[in-house]
Design a binder for this molecule. Structure first.
Ligand SMILES: C[S@@+](CC[C@H](N)C(=O)[O-])C[C@H]1O[C@@H](n2cnc3c(N)ncnc32)[C@H](O)[C@@H]1O
Length: 268
């Protein structure tokens, strides 16, 4: 693709002038060959940060709305798009460990480094972190369940067993480029969309829609109806091709706070 087309693509996804702004701000990027500049700008556009059991509202929605709605004898196919280093799909696997034979998880990220780390299935968590508390609370039962936990100088090391790793298929894919290679009952896409421009969001949602079975679920991160996030609760209220399931989520999932906004949708 030509230089102009590549820059136009970045403008479509992240906003007009974004490429030039990043390159100007960082002279070290300006000095790179164009292909490297593109990679550096993309890496600075979307953060990779993640943690185990990051969003307990979404995990509640998955249990009480999505999985409760599907026949228990059928295998459920879930995709995690923008899975980063894999902590999100591994959290889902831990939560569903007892019924893992009826669960199939495919996890995607556009950054090959993240997928490489995810495939190794080895993580370290600092004892004094928020993540440590969440992990201990939600995965206390996990010792017997395919996870080896070791205490290492102020950190917890987590090693997923081969059995656990085989339950998740990690794959490099960029959801701006097209639908996934199969259809899913549910897609988790947490903390990905808000980095993108409206054009980018529309393109991604269209590709996600085509990656879902009829009536399939899209779960995004939990938003907050606080003034500082003024637009947050509104930007995903009515995405085209989906029905907003916020009200049903408020009825069925007990742990949703008043100021929290579950971003839960069903494909039309
Ligand atoms: C902030 S992290 C969120 C990780 C995880 N979902 C969570 O909520 O903790 C965003 C991730 O989305 C990935 N990502 C961004 N755009 C993407 C795209 N177009 N296709 C696939 N992955 C993407 C990034 O590489 C990054 O790892």
């Amino acid at each position: 693709m030509s230089r102009e087309k590549e820059i136009a693509k970045i403008a479509e996804f992240f906003g007009e002038g974004w490429f030039e702004e990043i390159v100007q701000q960082e002279p070290s990027i300006a000095a790179l060959p164009f292909e490297e500049q593109l990679k550096a700008v993309k890496q600075r556009s979307v953060h990779w940060g993640t943690s185990f059991f990051r969003d307990d509202v979404v995990l509640g929605v998955l249990e009480r709305m999505v999985l409760a709605d599907l026949p228990p004898d059928k295998t459920t196919h879930i995709a995690s798009i923008g899975c980063s280093e894999g902590r999100e799909p591994f959290s889902v696997l831990i939560q569903r460990w007892g019924r893992r034979d009826k669960l199939n998880i495919d996890a995607y990220d556009c950054n090959p480094k993240n997928i490489g780390i995810a495939k190794r299935g080895i993580y370290r968590i600092e004892f004094d972190s928020l993540e440590y508390g969440r992990f201990q609370r939600s995965a206390a039962h996990a010792e017997v369940n395919g996870i080896l936990k070791t205490n290492l100088n102020g950190r917890l090391e987590i090693n997923f067993s081969e059995d656990a790793k085989q339950k998740i298929s990690f794959c490099v894919a960029d959801i701006t480029e097209g639908p996934l290679s199969r259809r899913y009952d549910a897609v988790l896409m947490l903390n990905v969309l808000f980095y993108y421009s409206q054009n980018g969001i529309n393109r991604i949602l269209n590709n996600v829609r085509q990656s879902l079975n009829a009536g399939g679920w899209l779960l995004c991160e939990t938003g907050y109806d606080w003034p500082v996030f003024g637009n947050y609760a509104k930007w995903m209220r009515n995405p085209s091709g989906f029905e907003n399931q916020e009200q049903l989520a408020r009825k069925l999932v007990p742990n949703i706070g008043e100021s929290q906004v579950p971003l839960v949708y069903r494909a039309k």
